[in-house]
Design a protein around this ligand. Sequence first.
Ligand code: KIV
Length: 290
Amino acid sequence: MSERKKVLLPTLFKKVEKGEPITWLTCYDYPTAYFQEQAGVDMILVGDSLGMTMLGYDSTLPVTMNDMIRHTQAVRRGSPNAFLVGDMPYMSYQASSETAVLNAGRFMAEAACDAIKLEGGAEMADRIAAITAAGIPAIGHLGLTPQSVSSLGGFRLQGKGALQAKKIIDDAKALEEAGAFAILLELVPDRVCQIITERAENCIIMSLGSGPHAHGQLLIYHDLFGLYPKFTPKMAKVYGNAGEVILNGLTQYVHEVQNKEFPERSHYFGMKNAEYDELVKLLEEEDKPF
Ligand code: KIV
């Protein structure tokens, strides 16, 4: 197990100050969290994308707070030291600031999170302010916000036009002023991300498919390793095709069992002759007719 120090909010701001990019990945389960901890990933997001990557839904909308808490607890067990962010699922914060605070509190109390993330611009500033006032660090999420994918017209670049880009820049300022300590920009043009990063005064700007000018980068873990069978977005770099490795292994397993090549002698356990003879004797005695 790695002995690294726990990543805290000041650790992240120190990195920004020194110009060291922050690393951030999604994660949804214990073994992956363990590997991310060993690799030294700074931040982990238990995203509501788990609805698609882990639960097989077509969108993130059916994901519940209970789903999120269960997965976040597993991730925390695998990674005690990364800065852990719980993603507020659909309708866990939209209805009111009060529900937002209560659900954000669940992430902190039940899953030992360090912060929460929620989607939306100026219209969500009061939720960010209420959560922050409750002592819970909050991250905003702008650009492509998957919970609003229907009104955004699909999974596509946001802020291509000047007016839309200006709105994203204004939204970022509103979230920062409301108290967000970080903002994730998903799928916005690199120069829009650059402007927001340069204008941020006390706010960490993270990029998901929004270019290199942010303070750090986020990717979806499943996209890094070819683990989501439906598609791999252009913004993801594939670092290894684990999906292919797993499929080859599974096909070989099926073949070997069917052809009686598995198990080999090293994969099972025997019994001492004396014990076996005793067992046979016991069974024979049991089988004797009265
Ligand atoms: O749920 C998630 O993984 C996210 C990312 C798309 C940023 O919110």
